[in-house]
Design a protein around this ligand. Structure first.
Ligand SMILES: [Zn+2]
Length: 251
């Protein structure tokens, strides 16, 4: 079973020193406060800020374990360091931004979230029940209008001109974590593959989500995302999709 240490936990773990103090023999380590996860079909254990480890802990299980491994030696496989910044980089389709894992993004303080956003590759896991998938948008200011009689009005502009726009909320996953995401208008239309007007014409009132909306579940995308302003004052982080970089279709 593989184990991944993230961020500061990873840089604090000195494998060379550990190898030296035990003469290259395997060192039993007790890891606590880890999470069991699955990524791309592989189970692994993930350590976070809450994790702790104990070398050679004084517990009965350790002596049996040590005896079994006494003839083995630690083998460290170092990955090559990233190229220095002045070396010409391989041409890439997305040179400025790397794909971020949701588990890492979920840990970032909203104030530390990159101001120009992040990229993430995720699969839509499920729609958020009871969340409306459309809203009447004021044609003047773009904000949501309020119901007035059998029509809608923007109280900000005192106008009754509106058009329907998509507002899609769903849970996305990349195997490292799940996160709530929201998108509007043209971005949502690209995900659904149909205009909101044609969707409104065929909508039936006895279904929670029209089949075309329900059908986005299990589709995979690379999104450019930003943190919603709401994430700054609630404990649940929510990401706004600002554009679609790649669409991979149903998984
Ligand atoms: Zn308005």
């Amino acid at each position: 079973m593989s184990m991944t240490l993230w961020g500061q936990r990873a840089s604090n773990f000195d494998i060379e020193e550990l190898c030296n103090i035990n003469d290259g023999k395997p060192v039993p380590v007790l890891f606590v406060g880890c999470l069991m996860k699955t990524f791309r079909g592989q189970d692994y254990i993930s350590g976070s800020a809450a994790s702790k480890w104990y070398f050679n802990p004084d517990i009965p299980e350790v002596s049996a374990f040590s005896n079994r491994l006494s003839n083995e030696r630690i083998h460290i496989n170092h990955l090559p360091p990233p190229p220095p910044p002045n070396q010409p980089q391989q041409p890439q389709s997305m040179p400025q931004q790397e794909i971020s894992y949701l588990a890492d993004l979920q840990r970032i303080d909203p104030y530390d979230f990159p101001t120009n956003g992040c990229l993430c590759t995720v699969t839509i896991a499920r729609l958020i029940a009871d969340a409306p998938w459309w809203f009447p948008s004021c044609t003047r200011c773009g904000k949501a209008c309020t119901v007035e009689g059998n029509t809608f009005r923007c109280y900000q502009c005192d106008c009754s001109n509106y058009k329907y726009k998509y507002k899609l909320s769903f849970i996305a996953t990349d195997g490292t974590a799940e996160a709530e995401m929201i998108c509007f208008g043209p971005v949502a239309q690209r995900i659904v593959g149909r205009s909101v007007d044609s969707m409104m014409r065929t909508v039936r009132h006895d279904e929670d989500f029209p089949p075309d909306i329900a059908g986005i579940v299990s589709h995979k995308f690379t999104f450019a995302i930003n943190m919603t302003s709401q994430s700054f004052y609630t404990c649940i982080k929510k990401y706004m999709i600002t554009s679609i970089i790649t669409s991979y279709g149903r998984q």
